[in-house]
Ligand binder design. Structure first.
Ligand code: ATP
Length: 305
């Protein structure tokens, strides 16, 4: 049974169809990322699945239940890390995590959890003294406290410094190993590419694309970029015929190729014949970020204003 099943989900706010006929499934143990520009409908979708918002139409099953009817037993199986949870400012980190863990029948050890999210040095600090990134780590600890089967992570690493972000990614990877299903919303495409088994790209309440990052990249029709620096001694030599016209900016040459193996072969053969090195030679297949930008570019969502 999938952990999440969504069929033709619709939610409108007045004239705005924030979610406009969305259908997808999230498998048990899968990490599924919802991507899309501001106002695309990601949070609305996630909050309907969490049971915090109502829907206008469509069917939704979360761990086999309709979240609109989910009682305490259902909620105990779910963890939620929201974008901006309010905290009791006077509590210490440990007190809050203990309180939260105490609400669940099966919970992580609070001190282990605090270590896991990188707040060991702040165990006894009051919440009001935490930095923005440290508060987000506390959000993460609170969402995980009940050892949930299904975890909703809404932009979990916004405001994290790079080291904290990598630590959070390691934590999510460890949760995957333990079998936790995760629905992630994020604006960091690298985060989605690293963590997600499958991604869905939303815009204006609709799904534009759904698949593994590799499927989206392969299906995008975007070229592989071959780039290198042209040595000064080769400036007049003329480049070999390649499958696409190169663009030259200063000494850097870039070719968007749909036949990268043949083009690299021609290019390197040409360079070897002339005794040239090609400094900074790189062959870069499209990244998830390129696919995302191609899907969403020039179609900015005017409802987000
Ligand atoms: N409570 C609300 N009342 C009225 N309109 C709303 C409400 N919540 C969301 N919307 C509108 O619904 C649309 C989708 O919003 P939503 O927050 O789901 O987008 P999002 O993809 O999560 O955006 P972001 O990336 O900025 O968090 C937007 O146009 C937003 O203005």
């Amino acid at each position: 049974m999938p952990a999440i099943e969504v069929r033709n989900l619709v939610r409108a706010y007045g004239p705005v169809r924030a979610v406009d006929g969305v259908t997808f499934e999230v498998g048990d143990g899968e990490i599924f990322a919802l991507l899309g520009p501001n106002g695309a409908g990601k949070t609305t979708t996630a909050e309907i699945l969490e049971g915090y918002r109502t829907r206008d139409a469509g069917s939704v099953r979360v761990l086999g239940c309709d979240p609109a009817d989910g009682g305490p037993d259902h909620r105990a199986r779910i963890g939620v890390v929201l974008q901006s949870a309010g905290f009791e400012e006077e509590f210490s980190v440990r007190e809050l995590v203990r309180l939260q863990a105490g609400l669940y029948p099966r919970a992580y050890d609070p001190d282990e959890l605090i270590d896991l999210v990188g707040l060991a040095g702040k165990r006894t600090a009051r919440v009001k003294g935490l930095s923005g990134g440290q508060r987000r780590r506390l959000d993460l600890a609170l969402g995980l406290a009940g050892a949930p089967e299904l975890l909703f992570l809404d932009e979990p690493t916004t405001g994290f410094d790079p080291a904290a972000r990598h630590r959070a990614w390691d934590l999510v990877a460890a949760l995957r190993t333990s079998g936790t299903t995760i629905l992630l919303t994020t604006h960091y495409l690298e985060e989605a590419q690293r963590l997600a088994d499958r991604v869905a790209v939303m815009r204006s309440g609709r799904l534009l694309a759904l698949g593994t990052p590799e499927q989206l990249r392969a299906g995008s029709g975007l070229p592989t970029v071959i780039s290198f620096a042209l040595p000064a001694e080769a400036a007049d030599a003329g480049l070999p015929a390649l499958s696409a016209e190169p663009t030259v900016v200063g000494a850097e040459v870039r070719v968007g190729s749909h036949a990268p193996v043949a083009d690299v072969w021609r290019l390197t053969g040409w360079a070897v014949e002339r005794g040239l090195t090609l400094p900074d030679l790189a062959v870069s297949p499209p990244a998830l970020e390129d696919v995302y930008l191609a899907l969403t570019e020039d179609k900015s969502d005017d409802r987000a204003a």
